[in-house]
Structure formats: C-alpha cells, structure tokens
Unconditional design. Structure first.
Length: 766
C-alpha cells in the first residue's frame, strides 16, 4: 500500500499524499487576536473569530471555503485539492505545517497550488494561489474563489436569526464582496465578512444560488435552497459569475479571475477572507497586500511567532516518530486547545502542560479560571457558554494547577495576588485555594470520601440513584492536592496550615483504603446501593482512573501497589486502556449516561486516550519506563496497532478516544481539541524524561524505556536554558543518576536554579 503521508521539515510539516484519507485531516491556523482557520487536506474548513469573552463569529457555513479551476476553452473543471468536484488530479499533495497549509496538484498540464495562513495580527486569512501552465499551448483559465457568509455563533432572542440582517455587495475599492450585518444583539461590531483580492476581478457573486444553482437537498429555516458546491452551475456549465448581490438567505462571496497563461507562465493571486468592523477596515486590510512581498513577510512573521512559542522545549530520542510529534505538533495542539475554550477543569489541565513552554500564558489562564470560582470553593464547569452544573472536581484542579504554577515559576508572591470571585468580591490566590480545600472537605460523604454530585472528571458517570454517592477518583486526586499544597504552604512559611493539610491527607487516605478497596483494586465510586467498579458490581467491574490516581495520589500502600498495577495491566487493549471493563450492556441508572452508550464507545468501555495519558504518568511514578513508553505508543497518532487508515485520525495530533466496538472498531471520534495532548506532553517530558519543575530547580528523575541509550532535550526554566543529555548505557528503566552541570558534579537530582539568561549543559547518566 502506498504511504498516506510523510513528515518533512524536521517533523514540522506533514505531507499528505492522497486527497482522500479515511476522513478529513485538518490543520488549525490562528493568531493571538483569536482568528482561526481550520483547513482540511482539500482546503475547506471552518473560519471563525472569538472575542476576549469567547463570543463566536462563525464566518462561513458548512465549512465552505473552495477554489475551483476551469479551462474556459475545453470546459474541464477541477479543484486543486480534488474536492468537492472530485475530478481526479495528478501529483496531489497537501502539506500541513506548523504555520500554514499548502495544497498542490496538476491537471492536464496546469499546475496549481493554494497556500493558506493566518497572519500574526488581524482578523483574516490569506490565500496565495499560483497557477502555472506546464504545457506547450496557451491556456485560458478561470479561477473561482468561493465562500459562504454565516456570521453566527452567539446567543440572541428567538426569531432574531443572523441571516435576517445580512446583505452582500461588491465593493470596487475593496475589490471584493462585502457582507454586512445589522444584528441588534451582536456582542461586538465585527460581524461583517469579506472576500477580496489583490488582482482584478472579472466577475463575482454574492448570492450563492446564482453561482451554485437553485437545486439542493439542504434547506435553511425558511426553506430556501442551500448552495451546492459539489457542482456549482456557473463552473460546471462554462458560465461566468452573474455579478449578483443579495440579502437574507444563501449569501457568500465568489470571485472569478480570468487568466491567460502562455506555455511556462505562472500567475499569482492573493485572496483575503475574514471579518471587519467596517468596509473601510476591510479595504485597508486588503490594500496592504498589494505591496510586493507582503504575503511572504506576513507568513514568515506568523511562522516565527509559532516557533517562538514552542522552541523552549524540545527533545531528540531514538524514536523518530516521538520526535516528530512531540517537538512541535503536540505543543501546537495543546496551545490550540485553549483557544476559545472557557472551562475551569479543561483550561487548568491545558495550562498545566503550557507551563513547561509558555509559563506566562499558563499563568494567565490559571488566574482566569480562579475568577470563575465561587466563594464557597466550587467553580463553574464553563463560563462561556455559562454552565454552573455542580461538578465535584473543579476545586481539585484549582489546587493542583496553582501548586504547579508555583513549582514552575518559583513565585510565591502569586499567592497574594487578588482575584475576583464568580459571585462577587475578590480574594487572594491563596484564599481561593483554601476555599477549594474547604469545599472538598465539606463535600465528604458517609464514608469520608468526596461526593460526586452531578459528575467528576468523567462527565458521563452520573449516579442518579444516590445523591450522596462518593467519587473514589476525586478522593485520590484530593490526596494529591493535599500533599502538594502542604509542600507549597510549608515553603511559604505557614507550617501550621501545612500540618493541617497533611492530617487531612492521612484521614482521607485511610478512608479510601478502608472503604474503596475491594481486595484486588479500588472501586470507582461508592453508593448506598453498593460500589461502582468493584468485583461485586453489576456491569463494569473495574475502572482505569480509580487505579491510576491511587498511585499518582500516593493512596495505594506498598503492599497493594503490585495488585493495583496488575489490575491495570489486565485492562490492556491493542490500542490503549479502556476507561472501564466490561462495558455496560444496557442502561443502568446507577451510573447514568455512560451506560446508555453502545458498549465500547466513548466512556462506556472506550479507549479514552486522555485517561491513558494518566496511566503513562502512573507507570513512571511506579518506575515502569518500558510500560510507560509502550502505553504512550499505543495512543500515539497512527500507532502500529491502530493506524490512521483504521482510526481515521490525523497522523500528527492526538485524539480523544478509540472504539473497540465491532461496528466502529479502532475509529477515533475527535482529534485536536482533547486534553490527551496535555497529558501525553507531560507524560513524555515529566514522566519518561523525568524533568520536573520543583521549588529549588529542575528535578531530574528519568523513567526510560530500557532500549533508549541517549536522549537530548532542551528546557527553558526561570530565565535560563538547559541542554540536557541523558545517557543510559546499562539499559535501565530507572536508577540513581550521576549528574553534571557545565562539567561540575551535582549532589542529588536537582539542577541549579540559575535565572541568568545563559545556556547550561547538563549530563545525566543512569
């Protein structure tokens, strides 16, 4: 079988070699102004903008972003990325790179490429179209750039749909189609779209039924036809755009350029697509790209901005696939996960991974999450859209993330910063953290474990039969939080509070071991109807997270550790670790939503990769480097046992879960936006490589696959750079390390906290 892809540019680009992978493979391109373009291997995808409060402006509808080519003499029509016309093309390739995506192909002697990127600043994307006559006769080519205008995505009263307020017109000074909206409830003024070009437009359409034809199988609410881009009548029937302008329904922008190409001649067109507060702003944005070389300079600046964010953390291992994915792609994925996401639990986990390479951004996100905590210690699930359903685990993530922030930065003064409460007033960061501790203590139930309320980390574990049900996983996590916070406040000078936290740790640990241990592993939850996820339970008998966090939270005593690890090992699947086994065959109100899914899908026995990421760190804590590496490889993109041809997922980013259900076997549901990326980044850099931020410096505790003999990595930490070489000549998984820094031996396993802006060379030998 021919390969589907290959990595290029030292792993910073994935070159897709077929226009029809198992499903669309996307790249995401965005800037700090929060404009984002999702780009598939054929070029289509969502374009959208989020303001600082996460109000969405979904610019296009149905991911419509297309370029059509037509030979005006022969009548042949095709797309550079083959779809949606699906006319077969030759020499197809799509390069999804960190800073741009480029699609290229050849059709009957016409070579064409389409490059898309989002500039470092602004509210638009730039398309560079290059059309070359590679034949020996002159060609007349029409190029049609086509998009929809949707401009929706925010809340408004019933019957105030955005499409009722929109008009399109061609603006000569813009040299493009401008779509204006006049929505009375728009949260900001940027709900106007435009499609423009730096080259003379021969014809245009702003009413898509004129371009695509009136027939359709899809309708808008008032039964108007939705555009059919699969076979637009203007393109297919050899016609020119109709110069239509419109209002109300199927609005969009189509720009037609007519090119005369002599043999060997190539022409370049810049097309801009985006939003603006006014047509004057859109004109000014477009005018800037009339300047020769502007697009190349803007792309170079955008690429530089991406790599500047990611260069402070890198690795070179004996595994080239690990290098390709974990050097830039996973950091880009983690970085993207927080774009527009407004959830306390999710953002805190992503911020924890960002700490190792974007600490300032991570700090901002952590403090923002604290603003959505209530004075009683709990927090909202999401603040946009607002959802304060009582999930029990938000206080844990607050404590955990603040402790990690201090270990990374060494800045104890952050504990004194004042942050607002969700329900009014403000308090110091330390008071926020203490409120979270008090909330979890107050939430203890009949067995002394923390109650689960609607759900904990597992959104789908909704115990409907017992309001007092307790979460074993969250109780494990709270143990970790108590231990970590005690170390922080001890360093901050509050020995009395640290002692109280350690007493609470001992009390909770004892309660868990007294009530949640079933003889072979830990139950997942305790209810008045019996335990969930225990040997005696109906349905599922074991849950992964109840075991992994027992180790991570220092709950499992030494005499039980071997049994816990054996229980986890017994759950292993070819492409990861199921969340629970066996899956629930039918709905059970005791566990709620997860049991209502098909067995093997999502939380009901699915391979939840996010949770498998927890397991990687558990293995490292237990000194099992080989197991950690094997586990990471199972959920890596395009794994040996579950290749992308089977899973459908992109081969360069992590996915949320894989399914063992026979009818959906191995397939992935969602990539890019998943916390799997954060936990796998931490699993490699902190777990396997063992480079961990600590109060006095970087702690070095590798837990390696025994086959790895040499690893090199870079890590920026508190203003200094560390180039770390780990040598493993004796093929160990763990062991006492001999460490030198700049040629001088170091006692213990802590690298000095230099803070001097210099590069320091570190050698570690197991």
């Amino acid at each position: 079988m021919d390969p589907l892809y290959r990595f290029e540019q030292e792993g910073n680009a994935c070159r897709i070699l077929t226009p029809a992978p198992p499903r669309h493979w996307y790249n995401y391109l965005w800037n700090e102004d929060r404009y984002c373009a999702q780009v598939s291997q054929m070029g289509h995808g969502r374009s959208y903008y989020l303001d600082a409060e996460a109000h969405m402006c979904q610019i296009n509808r149905d991911e419509a972003r297309y370029v059509f080519l037509r030979d005006d003499e022969m009548g042949d029509a095709w797309n550079i990325g083959q779809g949606p016309l699906n006319t077969p093309v030759e020499d197809y390739a799509c390069s999804h790179a960190i800073g741009c995506s480029t699609i290229s192909s050849r059709y009957k002697g016409v070579a064409a490429s389409w490059r898309l990127f989002v500039p470092q600043r602004g509210f638009h994307e730039v398309w560079t179209l290059k059309i070359k006559n590679a034949g020996d006769i002159s060609r007349r080519i029409s190029v049609f750039s086509a998009v929809t205008f949707h401009l929706d995505g925010f809340s408004y009263p019933r019957y105030y749909e955005m499409y009722r307020t929109m008009t399109t017109r061609f603006d000569p000074d813009l040299n493009g189609v401008f779509c204006a909206s006049a929505h009375p409830f728009a949260p900001h003024g940027r709900y106007n779209g435009f499609l423009s070009s730096t080259e003379q437009v021969a014809a245009f359409d702003g009413e898509l039924s004129a371009f695509c034809g009136s027939g359709s199988t899809l309708t808008l609410p008032d039964a108007s036809a939705c555009a059919l881009f699969q076979r637009p009548s203007v393109v297919a029937e050899g016609k020119d755009c109709t110069n239509s302008e419109g209002a109300l329904f199927i609005l969009g922008g189509v720009l037609q350029h007519k090119l005369m190409l002599h043999p060997g001649e190539e022409k370049e067109i810049q097309v801009l697509y985006g939003i603006a507060e006014t047509v004057e702003e859109a004109r000014a944005t477009t005018a800037a790209y009339h300047e020769a070389g502007r697009a190349e300079r803007e792309l170079a600046a955008a690429e530089k901005a991406y790599f500047a964010k990611y260069q402070s953390l890198s690795v070179a291992t004996p595994d080239e696939k690990v290098n390709a994915i974990m050097n830039s792609w996973v950091k880009k994925q983690v970085d993207f996960c927080i774009v527009g996401k407004k959830g306390v639990r999710d953002n805190l986990q992503i911020a924890a991974a960002l700490l190792s390479y974007r600490p300032d951004k991570a700090k901002d996100e952590i403090l923002e999450c604290l603003r959505h905590q209530f004075r009683d210690g709990h927090a909202v699930l999401t603040w946009h859209p607002y959802d304060d359903t009582r999930y029990s685990d938000q206080p844990f993530w607050i404590i955990w993330a603040v402790c990690r922030l201090i270990r990374e930065t060494g800045d104890f003064f952050v504990l004194n910063e004042r942050i607002q409460w969700q329900d009014g007033g403000e308090a110091t960061v330390l008071e926020h953290v203490k409120a979270a501790v008090n909330r979890l203590i107050a939430d203890k139930g009949r067995n002394g474990l923390v109650r689960i309320y609607f759900a904990d980390w597992n959104d789908a574990l909704n115990i409907t039969t017992d309001d007092g049900a307790e979460s074993v996983m969250l109780s494990h996590q709270f143990c970790m939080a108590l231990r970590d916070l005690a170390a922080v406040v001890d360093r901050a000078g509050d020995a009395g509070y640290a002692a109280r936290l350690r007493r609470e740790f001992d009390i909770l640990k004892t309660a868990i071991n007294d009530h949640a241990w079933d003889g072979k592993w830990y139950a997942r939850a305790l209810t008045e109807d019996g335990p969930i996820g225990a040997q005696s339970s109906k349905g599922s008998h074991i849950y992964l997270n109840a075991q992994t966090w027992a180790v991570l939270g220092d709950v499992a005593p030494p005499e039980r550790l071997a049994a816990v690890l054996a229980a986890v090992d017994g759950m292993e699947h070819d492409f990861g670790f199921p969340l629970n086994l066996p899956p629930y065959p039918v709905y059970d109100p005791q566990v709620g939503r997860m049991s209502g899914m098909l067995p093997g899908l999502f939380e009901n026995g699915g391979i939840y990769c996010h949770a498998t990421g927890f397991k990687v760190l558990m293995d490292c804590k237990a000194g099992r480097g080989n197991k950690a590496y094997e586990t990471l490889k199972k959920i890596m993109p395009d794994s040996e046992e579950n290749p992308s041809m089977q899973s459908g997922a992109e081969p360069y980013v992590f996915t949320n879960c894989y399914s063992p259900h026979p009818a959906y076997y191995g397939k992935s549901y969602q990539s890019w936006t998943t916390g799997t990326s954060a936990w796998c980044l931490m699993g490699l850099y902190e777990g396997i490589l063992g480079i961990i931020a600590d109060f006095n410096g970087l702690r070095v505790r590798p837990c390696l696959p025994s086959t790895w003999e040499r690893i090199e990595m870079t890590r920026s930490f508190r203003g200094a750079d560390y180039h770390i070489t780990i040598l493993n000549p004796h093929h160990k998984e763990t062991g006492t390390s001999h460490i030198t820094v700049d040629g001088t031996a170091v006692d213990g396993d802590i690298l000095p906290d230099f803070r001097d802006g210099q590069l320091h060379k570190v050698q570690v030998e197991l």
